[in-house]
Design a protein around this ligand. Structure first.
Ligand code: FAD
Ligand code: 2HG
Ligand code: ZN
Length: 515
């Protein structure tokens, strides 16, 4: 299928979109069923020792029952899913899951845990990628699943205030009915909670246009380790009164406090959205296309994602999605969002003409219709799901100068040889964020040692970041030093000690293990 320069002729270019829709490729699987067996206990795979926290007693359970009547879960079957991460790579052995509905209930629970020196693992949708969302040992799981109420929405400013356990996709639907959109979107939208998004400072697919949650989150309510409720739930665009405390909790992965409510700025819903899925002959052309795209599409460019051929092959093989463009070593997904369909189509048409005419792009398809747009996005969003069907997945989420982006993938393919099943590269190229994934039949220490610290050293040599958007959680906590100087790590420890002196909140996460 050869891409033609005029958008109108591209609109109907991909008959396969129906297949993708029919297979349920809405933007965001709610929790794909993966056939592989779960992992063994975390301490069997990773070197980690339990810290001297108390263990939950019958008196503790009685206190919890008073705090959240009927919402204390101790049934091992019900606890199983909450003890294992989405990727099925780590497993805790918590015996208690608590389901508060209000901030006061969270406060009551933490007050008790603080007094009793009981460790607590905050959990949202449990879709995190770095093992931060599940206990390492027997930490109490505090789930925000029942804290799912919208508190207010201002239809003039677009400011949404809601409880932390609202599912991102539900919030998207809520604001879309009022002609707004959420400033973030990610493949896990069907399961992840807004509190979890803020706690991980999730990036996702709209980052290029709407920026970080550090800009769009206006206020937070947080319960501190000792149960104190910190109300910074302001809905002001501008507030320069002293330190911006909410920033401490954005991206703190549940180690400094439990986020109970969020105030967030939602942009107006764009009237016209176009998506082009294009094939590029080489990585140099991907980069040149990005430069051309920024120059020619300007303010309507809302996403620029890239994926290599191996990703697309796995999406076809494991998810049976129809791939509209074939036989290219690289693919890009370009999205435009704007307020004038004619103007946007004209700009996109000129860009496509230029990209095709100069050989930067060799093939492609385009969509404007909502369902077709979703089907094209599914090819990108569902890569994580496809990879998880391929075996054990080693995940790296790095920020790198875009010119060096793909060198790391090529380098690793040569280094690992047949040790790996697949080495793939894809991600938010527009944000300088590479997702490097390596699959193998099963977890192997030898393969892990071939990957680490090699990937981190490589990244640090480029002045990159070892975690662009997924955070550090449990699995990456010891590599913080590749991206932050010792003084910064020391200050982080001091902040942790100030806010959580007993270290009960999400222990073993984010900060490196003490020597
Ligand atoms: P969880 O996984 O439950 O928790 C994540 C961390 O936050 C844990 O450390 C937990 O303790 C803490 N936490 C959760 N809730 C709270 C709270 N209320 N207060 C304090 N701490 C809390 N990430 C991206 O950045 N960009 C992507 O594009 C992206 N795509 C994804 C696609 C898929 C298919 C999947 C499975 C994951 C993806 N992720 C992505 C990972 C991402 O971090 C999570 O999906 C999401 O932000 C976590 O939200 P959650 O509610 O599931 O949190
Ligand atoms: C994405 O961008 C997510 O799809 C997940 O951040 C990345 O699975 C991954 O490596
Ligand atoms: Zn991502």
């Amino acid at each position: 299928m050869v891409l033609r320069p005029l958008p109108a002729r591209l609109l109907a270019a991909w008959p396969g979109w129906r297949t993708a829709c029919a297979r349920g490729a809405s933007r965001g699987p709610a929790g794909p069923g993966r056939p592989r067996a779960g992992p063994g206990p975390t301490p069997e795979r990773y070197r980690v020792e339990r810290l001297p926290f108390s263990t939950v007693s019958a008196e503790d359970l009685a206190a919890f029952e008073r705090a959240v009547p009927g919402r204390v879960v101790t049934d091992p079957g019900a606890l199983e899913a909450a003890n294992v991460d989405w990727l099925k790579t780590v497993r805790g052995c918590s015996k208690v899951l608590l389901r508060p509905q209000t901030s006061e209930e969270v406060s009551c629970i933490l007050r008790h845990c603080y007094k009793r020196n009981l460790a607590v693992n905050p959990q949202g949708g449990n879709t995190g990628m770095v093992g931060g969302s599940v206990p390492v040992f027997d930490e109490i799981i505090l789930s925000t699943a029942l804290m799912n109420q919208v508190i207010s929405f201002d239809e003039v400013s677009g400011i949404l205030v809601c409880q932390a356990g609202c599912v991102l996709e539900k919030l998207s639907q809520f604001v879309q009915e009022r002609n707004f959109i959420m400033p973030l979107d990610l493949g896990a939208k069907g399961s992840c909670h807004i509190g979890g998004n803020v706690a991980t400072n999730a990036g996702g697919l709209r980052f290029l246009r709407y920026g970080s949650l550090r800009g769009t989150v206006l206020g937070l309510e947080v319960v501190l380790a000792d149960g104190t409720i910190l109300n910074c739930l302001t809905s002001l665009r501008k507030d320069n009164t002293g330190y911006d405390l909410k920033q401490l909790f954005i991206g703190s992965e549940g180690t400094l406090g439990i986020i109970t409510a969020v105030s967030i700025l939602c942009p107006p819903q764009p009237k016209a959205v176009n998506v082009a899925f294009l094939g590029c002959p080489g990585f140099a052309e991907v980069l040149q296309t990005f430069t051309t795209c920024k120059g020619m599409l300007g303010e309507i460019l809302s996403a620029f994602e890239f994926m290599d051929a191996e990703c697309m092959q796995l999406v076809g093989q494991h998810l049976h999605l129809a791939i509209p463009v074939q036989d290219s070593p690289f693919y890009i997904l370009v999205e435009t969002s704007g307020s004038n369909a004619g103007h946007d189509a004209e700009k996109l048409g000129s860009f496509l003409e230029q990209a095709l005419g100069s050989g930067l792009v060799t093939d492609g398809t385009m969509a404007t219709d909502h369902r077709k747009v979703q089907a094209l996005w599914a090819l990108r969003e569902r890569i994580t799901e496809a990879l998880s069907h391929d075996g054990y997945v080693y995940k790296y989420d790095v920020s790198l100068p875009v010119e060096r982006f793909y060198d790391l993938v090529i380098d690793l393919r040569a280094r690992l040889g047949l040790q790996a099943k697949h080495v793939v590269g894809y991600g938010h190229l527009g944000d300088g964020n590479l997702h490097l994934n390596v699959t193998a039949e099963a977890f192997s220490k030898a393969l892990l040692e071939a990957l680490e610290p090699y990937v981190y050293v490589w990244t640090a040599e480029q002045q990159g970041s070892v975690s662009a958007e997924h955070g550090l959680g449990f699995k990456k906590r010891d590599v913080l030093g590749y991206s932050k100087p010792p003084k910064a790590v020391q200050l982080m420890r001091q902040l942790k000690a100030l806010l959580d002196p007993k270290g009960i909140l999400n222990p073993y996460k984010t900060l490196p293990a003490q020597a």
